[in-house]
Design a protein around this ligand. Structure first.
Ligand SMILES: [Zn+2]
Length: 286
């Protein structure tokens, strides 16, 4: 069975209970990942954990080397990634401390160029109409329901650039677009994971109402960190339960995402690109 990757967001820098820990520092064709990868066993399953902001929270959302992070996960045999993330709510009924499992993303970053492995001599267009692995999302949903925590199954995650939070006008604009939650990091991971044929699902925990809510205090790091602590404890419980339930084989289409996506003639793909991307494209291009 392929390993299960966990990418931890703000507040989640380690997971207790991972046994036989091995730390792996990787250098990748795309540069350095956010930190060392922690490999070990959680229950009976092999997991690979990476804190996306690095231990000590050193890496700003705009500076995260997502290509290195996802390439590293692929290299380490990860087939599924559960991304844990803090987010703001753009809807009244999505309350702080609720969980959201977004199934759509809207990109408002200026990082699009860095959201693909396919550049510099190779072109691929993956299908991305449904950016989240529905099977993995469903597995997470069932666990949260069972634990009797508040969860919203589905929703749209607006990926802003950051690192500053939104202005009120931006927050209202996104609300007028019917967006559900707002964050700074998950869109790139979802795209790159799909390109790497890794299942990806986001477990988003709401820390605040962004800044649109008239009666709530304006979003500040202080409020967010307080809610974050509560969310992280719940997220760890959810993760352990979900991971124990994940079946060995993947029945979804994520594993074949590249099958018809690469449009470049293999003969003209530069050898360096073939080498750099071998772990991703090797089964299609030699
Ligand atoms: Zn999948």
């Amino acid at each position: 069975m392929g390993r299960i990757g966990i990418i931890g967001g703000s507040g989640l820098y380690k997971i207790e209970g991972i046994k036989n820990i091995k730390e792996v520092a990787l250098s990748t064709p795309f540069g350095k990942p956010s930190d060392k990868f922690i490999i070990g066993k959680l229950g009976a399953k092999e997991v690979v954990f990476l804190p996306r902001h690095g231990i000590g929270h050193r890496v700003s959302p705009s500076e995260i080397n997502n290509r290195a992070n996802i390439w590293g996960m692929k290299k380490l045999g990860v087939e599924r990634i559960i991304s844990v993330t803090a987010c703001g709510s753009l809807k009244e009924n999505i309350k702080p401390l609720d969980f959201v499992l977004p199934d759509q993303f809207v990109d408002r970053t200026n990082q699009a160029r860095h959201m693909s492995f396919f550049c510099d001599g190779i072109v691929a267009h993956i299908s991305f109409s449904h950016p989240v692995c529905t099977q993995l999302q469903q597995d997470i949903y069932e666990v949260i329901k069972k634990l009797d925590l508040n969860v919203h199954n589905g929703g749209t995650y607006l990926n802003m650039e950051g690192p500053a939070f939104s202005t009120k006008a931006e927050s209202e604009l996104y609300r007028s677009w019917n967006m559900d939650i707002i964050g700074m990091t998950n869109m790139a991971e979802a795209r790159l994971a799909r390109e790497a044929e890794i299942c990806y699902a986001t477990l988003a925990a709401v820390t605040d109402y962004d800044c649109w809510h008239e009666t709530e205090e304006t979003v500040s790091v202080d409020i967010i960190l307080n809610n974050l602590r509560k969310n992280v404890d719940n997220a760890k419980t959810i993760l352990k339960e979900v991971i124990s339930r994940i079946p060995k084989e993947r029945a979804c289409s994520c594993k074949d995402a590249l099958k018809y996506a690469i449009v470049t003639n293999a003969k003209v793909v530069p050898q360096k690109i073939k080498d750099n991307l071998r772990i991703i494209i090797g089964k299609y291009i030699q």
